[in-house]
Design a binder for this molecule. Structure first.
Ligand code: UD1
Length: 375
């Protein structure tokens, strides 16, 4: 069985690594990895491959940045030939980035079976490009691997057949469990002179937070205020760095430590020891829940509701007074306690591999595959 994994952006890499490792245990499986090139900077891509112990991609489509339409169109066009030539039995796509949706669409048109890892998540906010990617990918996938029961329920409501859906748990947490012992020994805190452990960690990259100068300014002013109480570390996504530069606002910067994007292991180490995390990322909401670290999310909604209902996540939205007061509460020792959601146990990828091995391919796909094989 030839399984092709398609990844493209930073949050995909920690999801594909454990799945590839789990599938290696099956002699009947041959695997290939395709990188769309959506993320291309060394510290947004290469370093993750090294730390996660992944093979180099057999193909890099080199699509790079651009508008959503341009990026998606390049993936569609470049990937079609590769999938047609390699004739996989199954293509696995991950998460909700443009590469996920574009790869799924290519495969659906070529009648190649698609498995979606991290299916069923919904923010119910269609202004988010990721929500469109999730909805479309799940409609055309043949196997849908969900991280939590809310995902199954969302798919049921959308009419997805239950026999296609597998509640497997969270593969992102598989990578975390795998590399946490190494992260705990990372020298990053020493390098950053964080001797006290009294620091907060910030990540921001969503267009809704960083594209509008007034919104970004209000967030930065709130962070500056907080940084008078506690050290703030802020690894900057390339877009955020560029916006801060373009807007040329007078953020003192001296109280907030602006850093380059970090490697997986170093960022995990900082999350593990942070007093709190402020973020608009999806994966960070999950990682903080697993680690039991308070997370303040600068979004009005989340596609990962278990991080709020069970975990340590609080949705602060754009209310900067609320952000300051929640940080004050945490620093005073009043932290939201949480629990780890079911099946976030480091073995989700093994359950995905098992499900694939026991999967009966729909007849139309088997027939199509035979047909293509004799062309
Ligand atoms: C993408 C995902 C988002 C995910 C995020 C993680 C989509 C729609 N969005 O957003 O869900 O949370 O990745 O980072 O797929 N850039 C570089 N170097 C790189 C990559 C990007 O400089 O290696 C800059 C470019 O200016 C680019 C901008 O970052 O235009 C945005 O990159 P893009 O891939 O379009 O989306 P992200 O914001 O990274």
């Amino acid at each position: 069985m030839h399984i092709v994994h398609v990844v493209g952006a930073r949050p995909n890499f920690m999801k594909v690594a454990p799945v590839m490792r789990a599938l290696e245990c099956w002699d009947c499986v041959r695997q290939s990895l395709i990188h769309t090139g959506q993320h291309y900077d060394a510290n947004m891509s290469d370093i993750f491959f090294q730390q996660l112990g992944m093979p180099s991609p057999s193909v890099n489509l080199g699509v790079g940045s651009g508008s959503h339409a341009q990026q998606t169109a390049r993936i569609l066009s470049n990937l079609e030939t590769v999938v047609r030539d390699s004739r996989p039995d199954l293509v696995l796509v991950y998460g909700d980035v443009n590469s996920t949706m574009a790869a799924a669409l290519v495969c659906a048109k070529l009648l190649v079976p698609i498995g979606h890892v991290e299916a069923g998540l919904r923010s119910f906010d269609r202004t988010m490009p990721e929500e469109i990617n999730r909805l479309l990918t799940d409609q055309i996938a043949d196997l849908l691997f969900t991280p939590s029961a809310d995902g199954d329920e969302n798919l049921r409501q959308e009419g997805v057949k239950p026999e296609k859906v597998f509640l497997v748990g969270n593969v992102m947490i598989d990578s975390l469990v795998h590399l946490l012992p190494i992260a705990e020994k990372s020298s990053v805190r020493k390098t950053l002179h964080l001797y006290s452990g009294h620091f907060g960690l910030v990540t921001l990259h969503r267009p809704s937070n960083v594209e509008d100068p007034a919104t970004l300014a209000s967030i930065m002013h709130a962070l500056e205020k907080i940084s008078r109480e506690v050290t703030i570390l802020f690894p900057l996504h390339p877009r955020t760095r560029q916006r801060l530069k373009t807007f040329n606002r007078q953020f003192s910067g001296s109280l907030i430590h602006m850093l380059d994007p970090m490697s997986y292991v170093d960022f995990l180490a900082l999350q593990r020891f942070a007093k709190f995390v402020i973020t608009d990322s999806g994966g960070v909401q999950e990682e903080t829940t697993y680690l039991g670290v308070p997370c303040l999310t600068l979004r009005e909604n989340t596609e990962r509701p278990v991080t709020v209902t069970l975990g340590t996540n609080i949705l602060v939205g754009r209310d900067m007074n609320r952000l300051s007061s929640e940080v004050g509460r945490i620093l005073a020792g009043d932290r939201k306690s949480g629990q780890v959601p079911p099946l976030w146990d480091g073995h989700a990828a093994e359950r995905i591999a098992q499900s694939i091995m026991s999967w009966n391919r729909p007849q139309r796909l088997v027939e199509c595959h035979v047909e293509r094989a004799v062309i």
